[in-house]
Design a protein around this ligand. Sequence first.
Ligand code: NAD
Length: 501
Amino acid sequence: MTIKTIPHFLNGEETNGVGERTQPVFNPATGEQTGELRLADAADLETAVANAKKAAETWGDISLAKRTAVLFKFRELVAAHIDELAQLVTSEHGKVLSDAKGEIGRGLEVVEFACGIPQLLKGAYSDQASTGIDVFSYRQPVGVVAGITPFNFPVMVPLWMAPVAIATGNTFILKPSERDPSASMLLAKLWKAAGLPDGVFQVLHGGKETVDGLLTHPDVDAISFVGSTPIAKYVQATATANGKRVQALGGAKNHAIILPDADLDNAADHLAAAAFGSAGERCMAISVAVAVGSVADALVGKVAERAEAVKVAEGTDPDAEMGPIITAASKERMKGIVTAAADGGADLVVDGRGFTVPGKENGYWFGPTVIDNVGTDMAAYTEEIFGPVLSVVRVETVEEAIELINSNPYGNGTAIFTSSGSNARKFHRGVHVGMIGINVPIPVPVAYHSFGGWKSSLFGDKHIYGEEGVSFYTRGKVITQRWPEPKQHSGASYNFPSTTH
Ligand code: NAD
């Protein structure tokens, strides 16, 4: 098996940079090393930021027509390379090919949204705000943006950020996850092929040191981060202390409430898909099913049937519904959490701890797992497991279910399964969560709304993409203008300017 070198992409070219450190990249389905990732050192970071700063001078001033021409072309190129991108995602992340294509499709939505940037940047004009005075406002790019992204969506999350940042006139440095960095290299090549000038989109690989360098560099103006909660919190605190604007999206513990009036087969189908799809490694995965009243026994039975039927195999297998998890370490961590729940008195209804795929025993496998009667003090409830483990918590009323969600520190996504409009309304108005599904288990908003959680799932004020994304990547300007007719000067007034005359 040949091991490929994965370089940086700086100023329109692949380069190993000057940093000498590297890090292995693995195929989680086989446990084999497939790549050797170059890691940036301080000099590489300086080069990337200097390139981005220089490119921002021209890109920030280029016409909207030229910007959108690049975006339209990029959209076509991503769509044409969807199979190649999906292969890269599956080979390093492990998710099944159809799921990888799904994430690319959701990323493309944001590119399409960004193609409409002229409409979004139109600004506002008030004619004759005061006598002979007009006021108008528009927005300009912030400058250099750095995007730091997680392993679980190696195409979609960078596309939540870069198209909007670039469409609004910024330059963008992507620091992807070290675990599955290859897809971002193809994205960089597609940007270049679309006609994006060198230095506007760059990829710089690295770990904590590189992230710290971006968070503190005086020429980086804004940080978009998506990842786990402790790092999101750290990123926000460090980058704001260094004068940058920051949006830092964190982890999650998403609950779905199932009411006795729900269509149980439909709810069980959706719950299983939301818990085990992508091996539970989605920030919008459902990891807690809150069974209300009499629904619990029947629900657990139906979900268990589905969990046992999930076809787990290497992501390239056309029949696979779920692939491996990301690392051997996360497998061990999950095992510990599930074992502790069982030892603590929860009921292990479906146990995926010993699962393996014949012939691929070195892969990082963990079968779908269902734990019933999970206590809210158990790690299976308190921790973000980020794997194919569904915990069932039983409560008596919808009010109790809402209270449970609101007492959880996370607030990313949640869902309700019901046929009652009034309970659904009580739920969406009452939960302290950013994204809510009503009979929809993974309510990832479409690109023309915006994505973001509450509480420990988002640090910063602005959601990602949508109009909030446009606002995050731009600064407002308001111009008050007067063009006096010759010889009609109004003379000096020493009062505070008033608009009523
Ligand atoms: P992670 O926090 O380990 O890594 C995210 C990024 O931060 C990576 O680029 C990584 O290199 C960098 N990083 C890691 N440790 C760092 C440190 N100590 N200092 C500075 N930078 C560091 O997250 P992950 O394991 O790659 O991704 C999974 C997590 O991301 C889960 O918690 C998941 O819920 C979350 N996530 C959230 C969303 C959302 O929209 N809220 C979306 C996707 C993933």
